[in-house]
Design a protein around this ligand. Structure first.
Ligand code: ARG
Length: 231
């Protein structure tokens, strides 16, 4: 305590694919990046005495960006997977998620993941949703750069279903134009989101974990959670 002398302001470059509401997206009027992940990483930065700079980039560019050191951290609703953990280091889990499906409201043939067999499925490139969809027998997979583009294709009738993260699907249907769509199926997977840094940067991840723990203790995490997801 008491060691608060002015340190040079650290800057944390944080990569995110910011078309994934309610985790990261652009506020239409202010053009600012907003969302659960954005609030969380800003709070973490504050704990660490660092200024957070968000860099919007392709989801499949985040891990290469960490490996190339062009960004320090990635927060992007990114699921902690074994595959990814070979390339980057992850923080402790900060959000529990899983995959569900979105279909047109009038669709009566797709009720569970089994019903996807032989169907046309839209996913976001490089995601766990894409991985799972590829396992479906005889399905035709269409990969889009963002979740909103996958939803648009569903709306246009180009695919039968979108496989994507449940909280994002819920937000789309409730608030982002998916009125003619519905979510079906029990979550196919149980996934944990983590914040990622380069594999070499274990030290930074330790600091992120420490800040995250502090935010959970002091109620700040809870506040941010309630702001975006309600009780
Ligand atoms: N949770 C999924 C994954 O890690 C999807 C994440 C997509 N995130 C985004 N910001 N578009 O593969």
């Amino acid at each position: 305590c008491g060691k608060q002398e002015a340190k040079p302001a650290k800057v944390l470059k944080v990569g995110s694919e910011a078309a994934f509401a309610p985790f990261e997206f652009q506020d239409e009027s202010t053009k600012e990046y907003v969302g659960f992940d954005i609030d969380l990483i800003k709070a973490i930065g504050k704990q660490m005495g660092a200024e957070v700079q968000i860099q919007n980039m392709g989801f499949d560019g985040l891990i290469p960006g960490l490996e190339a050191n062009s960004i320090d951290l990635a927060i992007s609703g990114m699921t902690i997977t074994e595959e990814r953990a070979k390339k980057v280091s992850f923080s402790k889990p900060y959000y529990k998620s899983g995959l569900t499906m979105v279909v047109k409201s009038d669709n009566t043939s797709i009720k569970s993941f089994k019903d996807l067999e032989g169907k046309n499925i839209a996913v976001q490139l490089g995601t766990t949703g894409a991985d799972e969809a590829k396992k479906v027998k005889d399905a035709q997979i269409r990969e889009f750069n963002s979740a909103p583009e996958a939803f648009l294709e569903l709306k246009a009738g180009g695919v039968d279903a979108v496989v994507n993260d449940k909280p994002v699907n819920e937000y789309y249907i409730a608030k982002a134009g998916g009125k003619d769509a519905k979510m079906v199926g029990e979550p196919l997977t149980a996934e944990d989101y983590g914040i990622a840094a380069s594999a070499k940067n274990k030290e930074l991840i330790a600091q992120v974990d420490k800040a995250l723990e502090e935010l959970k203790k002091n109620g700040e995490y809870e506040k941010i959670y309630v702001k975006w997801f309600g009780k």
